[in-house]
Design a protein around this ligand. Sequence first.
Ligand code: SAM
Ligand code: SF4
Length: 452
Amino acid sequence: MNKLDSALIEASLRSSDFALVGNVEEADVVLFNTCSVRDHAEQRVLSHLGHLKHIKESRPDLVVAVVGCMAQRLGDELFKQPAVDIVCGPAQIADIPRLIDEAIQEKKKTIAVTEKIRKPSSDGQALERFETEYGVEDGNIPGQAYVRAMHGCDKFCSYCVVPYVRGPETSRPPAAIVEQAKRLAQNGVKQITLLGQRINAYEYKAGDKTYCLADLLAMISDINGIEWIRFVTSYPSQKFFTEIMQVIAALPKVCRYLHLPAQSGSDKILKAMNRGYTSAQYLELIDMARQIVPDIAIAGDFIVGFPGESDDDFEQTVELLKKAQYKNSFIFKYSPRPATSADNRLEDNIPQEIKTKRNIELLKTQEKISGKLAQSFLGKTVKVLVEGPSKKSHKDNPQLVGRTATDWIVVFNGPPASAGETSPNGGPSLAGRFANVKISKTTPLTLFGVLI
Ligand code: SAM
Ligand code: SF4
């Protein structure tokens, strides 16, 4: 979601004659697009703002903006940081060019956030226009674009700040989403990733028809030029689940990948998290997904060290992770977030060392599963969308990185770079194109192979 917001902000600023520079020293304006999901992310922003305070002492004209969830959560409190000139919430990103203009011309501090975040607001329309106008290819992955299908969240999981900073759950009109996807396809985009906090809950009523995610996937599948369609993140719930799985099975453009966070394997903890399902119900969904789409890759999210999580609760999480056979899991240590019901009602009573120990154990368990799944690719040829040079790339025979439709990361030697053959982001010419790679080596997180 933040990557999409950053891309929209960048596109709108480019059209207001700004250009992106490589470092703070060259910049006239510095924007932080922030995340509030865990405290660590917020602390990093505060530390950057502290650093900018010193830079501003010698360059008082430098404009600094804090954008996104942290701006919405903390509001004018952020002006306590001397470096900050602009505070702008996620629903106000369309105002950024104007806010910057005011900060430069009038040298005043400005704030634009939603006053009552849980009430429907008129910001939605401005954001909708902004989104349609500036929806662009992802700056990091050529050929791919994020498209928001839903705003906000109404689920109120007890640990989560999202409903308080992103507002109520709303689905964008299917016609606007399809229009945006068509325009992106005309500009060379091959992969669309639909975004929503509970993307599988997408629901839009137009006349007699109710559109769900399955309809949206089918409509985007009909667009010439779009070859792969992804969607994240799904919430464990029966509603529309079968329809969505059937569309994945039926339509070759829809990637066989499901990100379905479980958060815990203990029913006691799931209840305290207000997730609304039991571990058995969660596993039933996974079984159903695999019955309809046998080769689907599934990824999970877990929080360890939630208040009251006993050794036994944690063991149940380890068991669930083993049963689910995820391709990979994102594992987080519980971070209390102000205003959430878990923080209001429950003491953060699991010591840091135990959170860390459980995090490492769960990662190790996942690594074994991922390692075995990765080995099953040995000798096989996979199709990838090439993202660009890998981190350890060599100049004369560059290593490239790509992803399969099932989200496996694949590293392989690209063709030697020749003059005039570079993509807009400087990578070798294969970036943004599809390639076939024969897998010769694997690690739990990465497949390595040879370009066919
Ligand atoms: N909407 C998605 C869902 O329901 O799973 C994910 C949203 S959240 C931004 C991404 C992940 O961050 C969650 O799946 C959860 O594992 C983790 N997360 C959210 N709040 C957290 C907290 N307070 N402490 C630690 N991890 C958290
Ligand atoms: Fe947060 Fe739960 Fe909404 Fe996901 S579904 S964004 S975890 S409140």
